[in-house]
Ligand binder design. Structure first.
Ligand SMILES: Cc1cc2nc3c(=O)[nH]c(=O)nc-3n(C[C@H](O)[C@H](O)[C@H](O)COP(=O)(O)O)c2cc1C
Length: 136
């Protein structure tokens, strides 16, 4: 099974999750500035919310995908909203790429809110999540 991990981060919270997901999936986690270069069965895609929306970079990355992606597994951090699942799902739908029902989400620190998040427990859970998705 071919697996890739891509993420966009401004402050580093989503990067922490991405590295844990990459460890669990056994592949290198790369920023969305690295386009997918071959077909993949599973793409773990990490994003966050900034002023209620995902960053334009996530929109651009999805729009520019030009390989076959079996399904996208969403992972995200945010301070207030639950996850980016729905917003990313809408973008994927426009592109005709299936979104897995499973996702990984945890709180991300934002100013005085959620200090230290994602924490060690979140990262261990993210790694285990990726292992389960990729190795059953
Ligand atoms: C400019 C800005 C705007 C934000 N707006 C929201 C928001 O509308 N809703 C929310 O839940 N979190 C919001 N957050 C919190 C981020 O989603 C949270 O800190 C996230 O973990 C950031 O991920 P990153 O460190 O990977 O960039 C905002 C953060 C920043 C910096």
């Amino acid at each position: 099974m071919k697996v890739a991990v891509r993420y966009y981060t401004r402050g580093g919270n989503t990067k922490k999750l991405a590295l844990a997901i990459g460890q669990g999936a056994g592949v290198e986690a790369l920023e969305t500035s690295y386009p997918l270069e071959e077909d993949v069965d599973i793409l773990f895609l990490g994003s966050s919310v900034y002023a209620y929306g995902v960053d334009d970079e996530i929109k651009r990355f999805i729009k520019d995908i030009n390989v076959k992606v079996g399904k996208v597994v969403n992972f995200s951090t945010a301070a207030l909203v639950k996850s980016t699942y729905k917003q990313v799902g809408k973008l994927l739908k426009e592109k005709g790429i299936p979104q897995a029902t499973e996702e990984f989400y945890c709180k991300g620190s934002f100013g005085p809110l959620h200090k230290g998040k994602p924490d060690a427990g979140d990262l261990a859970a993210a790694k285990a999540f990726a292992e389960k998705i990729t190795k059953g």
